[in-house]
Design a protein around this ligand. Structure first.
Ligand code: NI
Length: 436
């Protein structure tokens, strides 16, 4: 690695509501922040459609990415002070770049788009690192091997696992920042934990990051906050309702596009998304401002389904929802057939949703979390004799929330539309929906 590049002559700071200040000492980091691809993250919200539920949740992936960088920087400098004084500078820089850039491949409302169009933001992150972009030029100018190393951390193939676990593990800089940031911007009271305390008890040990035994209670707090945020914010049923509508918009647009429907209005990046020909340039042009402008135009498309869905999304006319205890008892199938018999379209007028994730996954070889593609290493406590134990073996609190599925099924539907046809339902189905 080329070390001719000196740090910045003068440290740069960003004011940040979560970490107070974010400190940039490396010229490389400063240049990366100022690339167009990184600045684009200002136009993508961290929490997708959650702003329709929590109106404060307008924070961007830009602020989260700076926060992940800052936590990583703090962990590194803490390790340097305590147990790891000669961490090579090039490796620290790779970790900082990966932390800063880990979400650069996110698109507008990523989760909905990824489900409908089968794309992956990690894959886009790697393409943005490796293909013809400003980020790639800045990294290469520093060292020709740097884009590949940073992409290796994102893909989890980089040969120093400790660097990967800074950015991706059960207690990584990414999760620690988003829990605190999302709690702050949604305005919820749970979701906070003592970040400084956790940073003080992290230790590098045998190529991974572990927690000093005395820090167990701080980690319990972190896991409880994660548990609360999942159920109170991330899986909020109103947010799920807006995501369903968003997915239906993309699904409808895709059907129309496939059927050669003559859109009155479409912009090139969105057309490429629909026909599967997105390249890095057109992907980068796709941000939430563009998507929302197109939706605004589509409110007057002749296709009544598409225009109604766009109006619902923009004017926040969300689907109503009802909780259902069990989806396997035949009720769901019965509701579906009642909808069809009443002339409703169950593809659009009826959705079932089950939010599942585990707040904390105990390490089980070969097992994976239901929503995450790869297994994350467990949180290990380190005692005075150098012995490691998995945290749920030691903590009653962690044990009580481990592997818990407390989610309910929810049925979503456009209330006015369903009400109009409800007189055709059999009485107990009508009663289920509360139409008497
Ligand atoms: Ni992130």
């Amino acid at each position: 690695m080329n070390l001719r590049h000196p740090p910045l002559a003068e440290e740069k700071v960003f004011k940040d509501p979560v970490h107070k200040y974010i400190y940039v000492q490396e010229n490389l980091i400063w240049k990366l922040i100022n690339t167009q691809e990184f600045q684009r993250l200002r136009r993508i919200r961290q929490l997708g459609t959650s702003y329709l539920t929590f109106h404060g949740a307008e924070h961007s992936r830009f602020s989260h990415s700076l926060g992940v960088y800052e936590i990583t920087r703090k962990i590194i400098s803490q390790f340097e002070r305590s147990a790891y004084p000669d961490w090579p500078r090039e490796e620290k820089l790779i970790a900082l770049c990966a932390a800063l850039l880990h979400d650069v491949g996110h698109g507008p409302f990523s989760h909905s788009i990824e489900q409908i169009f089968d794309t992956s933001h990690e894959a886009w992150t790697c393409r943005i690192l490796l293909e013809n972009t400003e980020i790639n030029r800045v990294l290469r100018e520093y060292d020709p091997s740097l884009p590949e190393h940073v992409a290796g951390v994102i893909r989890k193939t980089y040969d120093r696992p400790i660097v990967i676990s800074l950015v991706s593990s059960q207690m990584d800089a990414d999760r620690m920042d988003y829990l605190l940031r999302d709690a702050y911007f949604t305005g919820v009271n749970y979701g906070t934990f003592d970040l400084d305390r956790i940073l003080r008890v992290l230790r590098p040990y045998q190529g991974r990051i572990v927690v000093k035994e005395s820090g167990m209670h701080a980690v319990e707090d972190y896991l409880m906050s994660r548990y609360q945020m999942y159920w109170q914010v991330y899986f909020h049923p109103v947010t799920r309702s807006s995501e369903i509508i968003l997915r239906q918009i993309f699904r409808r647009a895709s059907e129309l596009y496939g059927g050669d429907y003559p859109f009155r209005f479409i912009l090139d990046p969105l057309r490429r998304l629909l026909d599967g020909t997105l390249g890095v340039d057109s992907y980068l042009a796709l941000d939430e401002a563009l998507v929302q402008s197109v939706f605004m135009q589509w409110t007057s498309e002749p296709d009544p389904r598409l225009s109604a869905l766009c109006r619902r999304f923009l004017h926040r006319r969300l689907y109503k929802y009802i909780a259902m205890e069990d989806a396997d008892d035949g009720l769901w199938e019965e509701i579906r057939s009642e909808f069809i018999a009443a002339g409703l379209d169950p593809e659009y007028d009826l959705e079932i949703d089950f939010p599942y994730d585990m707040p904390y996954d105990v390490y089980r070889p070969g097992a994976r979390s239901l929503t995450e593609k790869d297994e994350k290493p467990p949180i290990l406590l380190l005692d005075g004799e150098g012995r490691l134990s998995e945290i749920s073996e030691r903590s009653e609190i962690v044990r009580s929330i481990t592997g818990l599925h407390q989610g309910k099924y929810h049925i979503y539907y456009p209330e006015e539309t369903v009400r109009e046809s409800a007189h055709l339902f059999r009485p107990h189905i009508r009663a289920f929906f509360g139409f008497l």
